[in-house]
Design a protein around this ligand. Structure first.
Ligand code: GLP
Length: 250
């Protein structure tokens, strides 16, 4: 894994946005679509702001971009302000020229009886468009990526999962209390994520320092799903100084 440490999260976010912008511009110039795997949470917000700036100020077009989001709470109405559907429109999609038909976010209101088939089709759709060119990721306090909680295996695919207690606690403030946090979610699997051609994982702040150390250098294990990233040939880790503070890089 290639580790990039920046003084602060703004510089780290610019690095990630620049990488996405470069790939996008190169593919746009030969009229090829770009497939992006997108994440939610506080971590990528500044990346999305930077991409919006590139669109506005430098004319970077998202017209040929296809996006797949990692996850969505379940059950969840897309119109709900806590939905990842809402998050993505608020932080990126409403401010760029992406075509609504090219946006894929797991549907938090799919009927329980249809969810297995729906998840299979989500993975099929990614394959049909040629796979994800760049996947961006944050990391949960327990080492989850997407909503692949501890116990998620290397071969896991897009599926309905139960959320970990720690994850629900971390989301409690957004939902005005843990009792309002959904107990389930639909997430891309570890296998789905690792099929991306390039992965950029970001972490900011002291609270991520310990889990980053364990996931980058610890044993590869399903108890810390982000450790599976060690098995991927093209991962860039993007950290601010605080998230990198426990790494021994000599
Ligand atoms: C949620 C998301 C993850 C994200 C994680 C970290 O659980 N499903 O994709 O990486 O939160 O959140 P934050 O970026 O706010 O620290």
């Amino acid at each position: 894994m290639n580790i990039n440490i920046f003084e602060n999260s703004d510089l780290g976010s610019q690095f990630v946005a620049n990488r996405i912008g470069k790939v996008l511009a190169a593919r746009n110039s030969v009229s090829r679509p770009t497939v992006l795997g997108l994440a939610t949470g506080s971590t990528p917000i500044e990346v999305y702001s930077e991409l919006i700036k590139k669109h506005r100020d430098e004319g970077l077009s998202f017209e040929n971009v296809v996006t797949f989001n990692l996850d969505e709470y379940y059950p969840m109405e897309p119109s709900d302000i806590q939905s990842y559907y809402h998050f993505m429109h608020q932080h990126l999609f409403d401010s760029v020229d992406i075509q609504p038909d090219n946006v894929f976010i797991p549907n938090g209101k799919i009927h329980e009886h249809k969810v297995i088939k729906y998840c299979e089709q989500y993975d099929d759709k990614i394959a049909q468009v040629g796979g994800i060119d760049i996947q961006i990721l944050g990391i949960g306090a327990n080492g989850h990526i997407g909503f692949n909680e501890p116990g998620s295996e290397l071969n896991s695919v897009t599926r309905l999962v139960e959320l970990d207690e720690q994850t629900r606690k971390d989301a409690a403030a957004t939902f005005n209390g843990i009792e309002n946090v959904p107990t389930s979610a639909i997430t891309m699997g570890i296998n789905t994520i690792l099929k991306a051609k390039e992965i950029l994982i970001m972490a900011w702040g002291k609270r991520k320092a310990e889990i980053i150390k364990q996931c980058l250098f610890g044993e590869v294990t399903s108890t810390k799903p982000a450790t599976f990233l060690q098995t991927h040939p093209n991962v860039s880790v993007v950290l601010d100084a605080e998230a990198a503070s426990l790494l021994d890089l000599d």
